[in-house]
Design a binder for this molecule. Structure first.
Ligand SMILES: [Zn+2]
Length: 203
């Protein structure tokens, strides 16, 4: 068991980022993964008000994002921010594409609008995240994308954004994200494939 040095929330040993506030855990906590020494007494006064972890979030147990969301209020705020970020990005991308289609109606039918807007949203997200770590929507709500394995490269950002091509696909992916068990509750399903995660942008 490890305790977040920022918000004091309890996290399973497997977690790399606090499931409540997304602060990095390993650097601060220095808990060896094979250590079985029980840490019964948390030395942060913030933990006094923390409820103990439910059984499915105990170390060694597997949990879904739904389980994490039901326990960590900070995580609910995080995913609400993610939703606002994607809505903002959609507006930024869809509006220009809409204007272009309005002018070119005579040339390319409106049936292509959804596909073109999706592909533009996909490329916009992948290249901006590779370039500056966040889309404009994510930057506005204070989030950034990082690689778990080092530098954030274009192949990773292409993989994690691929479902944005088609809105129903993104929705389906989010449903999968909710129920498939994970140790990092900040990852969409494609984040797990791309070895990326989304954290709070520090000032
Ligand atoms: Zn925390």
């Amino acid at each position: 068991m490890q305790y977040c040095s920022k918000c004091g929330a309890q996290n399973a040993d497997e977690a790399n980022y606090c499931n409540n506030c997304a602060a990095p855990l390993k650097a601060a906590a220095q808990v060896p993964s094979q250590s079985s020494a029980p840490q019964q007494e948390p030395n942060h006064q913030q933990t006094a008000s923390q409820p103990t972890l439910p059984p499915q979030l105990q170390p060694g147990q597997k949990a879904s994002l739904l389980d994490y969301l039901s326990h960590y209020q900070g995580l609910q705020v995080h995913w609400a921010k993610r939703f606002v970020g994607i809505v903002l990005d959609s507006i930024f991308v869809v509006a220009p594409v809409f204007v272009i289609f309005a002018f070119m109606d005579w040339w390319m039918g409106w049936c292509w609008f959804t596909v073109v807007a999706g592909v533009v949203l996909f490329l916009y997200s992948a290249f901006l995240e590779e370039f500056m770590g966040a889309t404009i929507g994510k930057a506005i709500v204070g989030l950034k994308v990082i690689s778990i394995e080092g530098k954030l490269e274009l192949p990773s950002t292409l993989i994690r954004n691929v479902t944005k091509i088609l809105a129903p696909l993104l929705f389906l992916e989010f449903l999968v994200t909710l129920v498939v068990q994970t140790t990092d509750a900040h990852q969409r399903y494609t984040d797990r494939l791309a070895k990326t995660t989304v954290v709070e942008k520090r000032p």
